[in-house]
Design a protein around this ligand. Sequence first.
Ligand SMILES: Nc1ncnc2c1ncn2[C@@H]1O[C@H](COP(=O)(O)OP(=O)(O)OP(=O)(O)O)[C@@H](O)[C@H]1O
Ligand SMILES: [Mg+2]
Length: 254
Amino acid sequence: MLTIKNLSVDVDNKNILKDFNLDIKLNEVHAIMGPNGIGKSTICKVIMGDPNYLVTTGSITFDSKNLLDLSVTDRARAGIFLLNQTPIEIPGVTNAEMLRLSLSQRQGSMVSIFEFNKKMEAICKKLDIPKSFIHRGINEGMSGGERKKNELLHLWMLEPKFIILDEVDSGLDVDSLKIVCESINEYKKEHNCSILIISHHPEILKMLKCEYIHILSDGSIVENGDLTLADKIEKEGYKTYSGINKVSDNQNEE
Ligand SMILES: Nc1ncnc2c1ncn2[C@@H]1O[C@H](COP(=O)(O)OP(=O)(O)OP(=O)(O)O)[C@@H](O)[C@H]1O
Ligand SMILES: [Mg+2]
């Protein structure tokens, strides 16, 4: 579904990713772990098409399309969704306005207000957020945890098929974390989709039934494994990886 080959990325004239490879198939759940500032969010933003990140070599293919040729809008239309580590506020544009317009553009005619409201209200209930969020400015004045849930509201409405969760667990209390994970698992059960998770915590990877873990160091994947690798990191940290060269490009062939 998503294949990244030999990707090198610079930001602000600094090389962050080099010779980075990743292959995610339909219905798979993958996670990238690595120390702060190593380039995890960079990967997410490059997949989504953030223009601040300069791809110098390599390719990203999504559903046989060359993703690097597509605008951010077209990547979103293709079904890619990024839940940002720090979701930004867009004051003056409400959730309802943005979502109804996005859905209407996709289907080519205006979405019925009755069906739209019904769906929005059901999702608010599922995510345990007040209905008043529907008509609030996007993330405007929302707490860190509320923003994460608000972005999940967008996810449920837009129905993406490739979901990137960049530290969705940060800022969530234990109850909210449970609601968010259950909601993502329910979404995955109802839709054919793949998920790429960035997290520092093995607990959320277990809750989201993550099957493949990749460790990022020095710009590329240096180790691949399953949930036991996340537990190992929790105990030992990343010190064994610093400065080592990549050991495998074909993380799914094991
Ligand atoms: N827009 C930008 N301008 C300048 N430097 C940037 C920009 N985006 C990322 N960087 C730098 O690139 C490096 C990688 O950042 P990134 O956000 O990808 O790290 P991360 O692995 O997600 O870290 P964390 O675990 O703290 O979220 C950092 O040194 C960061 O300062
Ligand atoms: Mg990050």
